[in-house]
Design a protein around this ligand. Structure first.
Ligand SMILES: [Zn+2]
Length: 461
């Protein structure tokens, strides 16, 4: 089995004309080696390429996958700052029109239909992912919860992959091709052991510039007038030529390897975007697994998130599923916290079943509700799901309608929310463009709630 490798280029510097050539260099080099990469392009970069007459660079990049990298990347207020304090839907509303225009600009300039998004800097969050999902993008790179090589995961209704191998960090080192080869080999071995997928990434601008274009202008939330924006400082032509020579050497070595398979993000979407399909017997197995451990689980060759389990278990218990296979679309977890207190008094089979039926009264469940009314009780989503799992696992639902069912209580969030994957999430101190006081507390809370929607794809590759 060959190791799937993705090569990503954050193509963002719309202020430094020489950065256009660096993007073209990468595109030409890959094309000449028969490799395909993904260029995540900022809308204003696409427009700058067109306005400066660089149809040559546009054509070179268009031979590869074109992804989206935000409207203007680092210009304050950035995407995540625009969302903060507005909740889930308010965050999406704050972004939707602007990002729609951005995706349209990139699509038009490159005659492409992006399906992938790379967050500009640390501009990832649940409302940002939801905005991109509503605009037709299916996979998010550089995901803050996926730092290790391995299969993609689902989170908040989209596929996510981390960024693993950072080429720019080597540019100022001697023997950079040798160092890249050695460290690539280490990471490739690690990725293979974890079931595949290694992503490499670079900012083309750093091939020609000695500092980031946005750091020069927008460091710590600085917001100068557009007329005062400066291009990035350039490297000497000799430095750029050396970096290009060594990168071409490294990339040609990779191209010659038969144990690697170069994919684009669209390829990953093709491989992993499929509807979760469960038979009623699968749902009973899932219910037992959830009672043992409240987190995502593999059922056969599919993984199922607690949010998707919520849809499956309530459909079965409500009697809507019958014997037919259940097809479950990616489902979001709650978008607001559940109350802490849950009544310990038992409910009944009838009350649980009618609560399940009522959930579907207004159409398919696409977002798990924070609370569910069960008879006279108001249960948090997790306790409701656990109690439904118990009814299903113990076949209590076949018994008399008035049979009492004990409420199964426990934490409001899945086990995975307590792992470093979610615990270590932060905005402060992560990206030099945010104002130092920005914490993104509202975005972090939404991310922890979406631990409900998290599931790693099974290791099949
Ligand atoms: Zn970027």
């Amino acid at each position: 089995m060959r190791l799937p490798v993705l090569i990503s280029f954050d193509t963002e510097d719309f202020l430094t004309p020489q950065a256009h050539d660096a993007a073209g260099f990468y595109a030409r080099t890959l094309s000449s080696l028969g490799m395909r990469g993904t260029f995540f392009v900022v809308a204003r970069k696409a427009l700058a390429l067109r306005e400066s007459g660089r149809s040559d660079v546009i054509a070179q990049l268009a031979e590869h996958e074109i992804g989206y990298h935000g409207y203007d990347h680092s210009v304050p207020p950035t995407m995540v700052e625009r969302c903060e304090g507005r909740g889930f839907e308010g965050g999406v509303e704050a972004l939707l029109d602007r990002e729609r225009r951005g995706i349209e600009a990139v699509s038009e300039v490159f005659d492409a239909s992006p399906v992938s998004f790379c967050p500009p800097g640390a501009n990832w969050s649940v409302p940002i992912y939801e905005t991109m999902r509503r605009l037709g993008l299916r996979i998010m790179s550089d995901c803050a919860i996926e730092r290790e090589p391995g299969p993609p995961a689902w989170f908040s209704g989209v596929l996510v992959l981390g960024y693993h191998f950072y080429l720019d960090g080597y540019f100022d080192q001697p023997d950079l091709a040798d160092r890249l080869r050695a460290d690539f080999d280490t990471l490739a071995t690690e990725a293979a052991g974890r079931g595949g997928y290694l992503t490499m990434f670079s900012h083309p601008t750093m091939v020609t510039c000695s500092a980031f274009w946005d750091g020069v202008n927008f460091q710590h939330g600085r917001n100068p007038l557009e007329s005062q924006w400066e291009p990035a400082p350039l490297r000497t032509p000799e430095q750029t030529a050396r970096i290009q020579r060594e990168l071409a050497d490294f990339l040609s070595g990779l191209a010659a390897r038969e144990d690697l398979e170069f994919l684009t993000y669209r390829d990953v979407v093709r491989r992993h975007c499929r509807t979760v399909t469960l038979m009623p017997a699968d749902v009973e197995v899932l219910a037992r697994k959830l009672l043992q451990r409240f987190t995502y689980h593999d059922i056969g060759d599919q993984s199922v998130s607690p949010a998707e389990a919520f849809v499956a278990v309530t459909a079965c218990l409500g009697g809507q599923a019958g014997d037919a296979p259940l097809e479950i679309e990616p489902t979001l977890g709650p978008i607001e916290p559940s109350p802490d207190e849950t009544s310990a008094a038992p409910t009944t089979v009838e009350a649980l079943q009618s609560a399940c039926r009522a959930l579907r009264g207004e159409g398919p469940v696409t977002i798990v509700p924070a609370t569910v009314n069960v008879g006279n009780h108001r249960l948090g989503a997790a306790d409701f799901l656990r109690t439904c799992c118990r009814a299903l696992a113990e076949e209590i639902h076949h018994q008399d309608a008035e049979t009492p069912v004990d409420i199964v209580t426990g934490p409001a969030l899945p086990v995975v929310a307590e792992t470093a994957r979610f615990r270590a999430l932060a905005y402060q101190g992560v990206w030099g463009i945010f104002p130092p006081t920005f914490t993104g507390a509202g975005q972090l809370e939404l991310a922890r709630l979406q631990s409900w929607s998290y599931r790693a794809e099974p290791k099949t590759s």
